[in-house]
Design a protein around this ligand. Sequence first.
Ligand code: FES
Ligand code: FES
Length: 149
Amino acid sequence: MVDLTVNGKTYHVDADPDTPLLWVLREWVGLTGTKYGCGIAQCGACTVHVDGVAIRSCVTPLSLAAGRQITTIEGLARDGNLHPVQKAWLDHDVPQCGYCQSGMIMAVAALLREKPKPIDADIDSTITNICRCGTFQQVRAAIHAAATA
Ligand code: FES
Ligand code: FES
């Protein structure tokens, strides 16, 4: 049994410690906003925060997440208020099919926490998430908007 704290709530998870955090979040905890894309740390669809840092949950074992603060897309808004990144995403109509977007938003939220006013080079080097709908220009515009919000 592993104690996992997700979005401020503790769950007692009866899963193998080697189970990828992504599957624990989706199958044990029941939070399906975090998506499976590639399973090999390439696409970023599975991005969540561990102690405020963006990680790819498809390759992060449950054992590494135990005892730390996990935040998923479901926990990004606070007290009914959208996170500035979520607001910017709506203002710029970023999502198309939407599949990559929860991971994209989590990656950007972590970037802005680390670097509140990123330049394009910061965005290019940090936001390596893949969007098959090609929303990259809207993503860039929304990041700059969120940074000035
Ligand atoms: S599903 Fe984790 S990086 Fe693609
Ligand atoms: S919005 Fe469709 S994959 Fe990114």
